[in-house]
Design a protein around this ligand. Structure first.
Ligand code: SF4
Length: 333
C-alpha cells in the first residue's frame, strides 16, 4: 500500500516517499542490491560523503559520462543531478537509468531553456555551438559539441580558428575560456547559483588568516574570484592539483562536496571551504544535496524514479556528446 501510494506521488514529490526502517544497514543493503541487480552507482563529487563512499565510481562530469558510456551493468544509478542522469541515458539507452530524486535539477541547466536558446542560435547562423555538459538534453540536441570543464580548452582548440563559436550556457566559464584560448566566443548569459555566490571579500580575509593557504577555484566562479586563485581547474583538476602540489593548506572555491575526496586523498592537508557572500550554506549545491542515502536505497530497491527520453531527442543529443568523447579520447583525457 505504501509503495502504491509512493508511486502515485512520484512525479509530484520527485522520489519514492516511504519510511525506511531505521535499523536497516543501508550500506549493506545498497551493496546487496548492486550485486543482485547488476547495478552500478555513479556519483558526482558534490554528493554527500556517504553516497560517495557507496559509489562504484566518483568523478566529475567527464569521468561520469565516460563511465556511463562503457559500463556493462544493467542498471545505472546516478547519484547526481538530472542532466547527468539524462546524459547517462543518452549514452546507454538500453540500460535502466535511475536518479534518487527527479527534482535534483541544476540552476545552470535551467538558465538555458531550449526554446529561447533555439531563437538565440538563429541570430548566429555561421556559428557552431559548444555547450557545457551542464545543460538539458534539449540544449544538447541544439549543440554541435559538448564539453566539460576538464576538456573545454581542448574542445575549443579542436575547432578551426576561423570558425565562430557560441558558448553556452555558463557565462563565467565562457569568459574564462575566452581569456585562456584567445577565441572571441558569443556567450549565453547563464550561471550556476553555487559558484556565483562566493564572496571575494571573505576569501581575501580568509587568505589573511591563512597566508600559506593556496586558493583553488572552479572556472564557473566569477572573474573577480578567479583573478585571486593560485590554481583554476575542473573538480577533478582541483583534486589532482592538491595531490601533486606541496602546499599543506587550501581555500577551496567550489561546491563543498569535493572536500571529502580531497581529505581522503590527502589526509595530512587542511582544506577550507570558501565562504559564500552571506550566512547561508549556499556553497552546498541544494540540487545535488536532494539525494540522500535513503532515497538512493529506495530507488535501487523499487527501480524508480527512472529517466526516460524520447528517441529522436536522444539521438540528436548524443551526436555532440560523441564528438566530445572522441576529441577527449584523442587528447588522452
Ligand atoms: S553546483 Fe551549480 S552547476 Fe553544479 S549542479 Fe549545482 S547548480 Fe548545477
Amino acid at each position: 500500500m505504501a509503495l502504491k501510494e509512493a508511486k502515485k506521488n512520484l512525479q509530484k514529490k520527485g522520489f519514492l516517499d516511504m519510511e525506511v526502517d531505521v535499523k536497516l544497514d543501508l550500506f549493506a543493503e545498497i551493496d546487496r542490491l548492486k550485486k543482485e541487480k547488476n547495478a552500478i552507482i555513479l556519483a558526482h563529487y558534490y554528493q554527500e560523503p556517504d553516497i560517495q563512499d557507496v559509489a562504484d565510481y566518483v568523478g566529475d562530469s567527464l569521468g561520469l559520462s565516460q563511465q556511463a558510456a562503457k559500463t556493462d551493468a544493467d542498471i545505472i544509478v546516478f547519484a547526481g543531478v538530472h542532466f547527468m542522469a539524462e546524459t547517462a541515458k543518452i549514452l546507454s539507452p538500453q540500460k535502466k537509468v535511475l536518479l534518487p530524486d527527479l527534482k535534483a535539477g541544476c540552476s545552470l541547466a535551467d538558465s538555458a531553456p531550449p526554446d529561447l536558446f533555439a531563437k538565440f542560435r538563429e541570430k548566429y547562423p555561421d556559428h557552431i555551438v559548444i555547450s557545457y555538459i551542464n545543460c538539458s538534453a534539449g540544449i544538447k540536441a541544439l549543440s554541435d559539441i559538448i564539453c566539460t570543464s576538464s576538456n573545454a580548452e581542448k574542445i575549443i582548440e579542436s575547432v578551426p580558428r576561423d570558425q565562430p563559436i557560441i558558448f553556452a550556457p555558463d557565462r563565467n566559464l565562457g569568459s574564462y575560456l575566452i581569456k585562456k584560448t584567445g577565441r572571441d566566443m558569443v556567450l549565453w548569459n547563464g550561471a550556476c547559483m553555487v559558484h556565483e555566490i562566493f564572496s571575494l571579500e571573505k576569501i581575501t580575509k580568509l587568505k589573511v588568516r591563512h597566508p600559506n593557504a593556496k586558493i583553488i577555484a572552479h572556472p564557473e566562479c566569477e572573474a573577480a574570484v578567479l583573478a585571486v586563485a593560485d590554481f583554476i581547474g575542473s573538480t577533478t583538476g582541483l583534486l589532482k592539483y592538491t595531490q601533486r602540489d606541496s602546499a599543506q593548506e587550501y581555500i577551496v572555491v567550489t561546491e563543498t562536496g569535493i572536500l571529502h575526496q580531497m581529505q581522503k586523498e590527502n589526509p595530512g592537508k587542511t582544506f577550507i571551504p570558501a565562504p559564500p557572500n552571506n550566512a547561508c550554506a549556499c556553497n552546498d549545491c541544494p540540487h545535488m544535496k536532494l539525494n540522500t542515502l535513503e532515497k538512493l536505497y529506495l530507488c535501487m530497491e523499487y527501480e524508480e524514479p527512472e529517466i526516460t527520453m524520447e528517441e529522436n531527442l536522444r539521438i540528436a543529443a548524443k551526436k555532440p556528446i560523441d564528438r566530445m568523447l572522441d576529441i577527449s579520447a584523442k587528447a588522452g583525457l
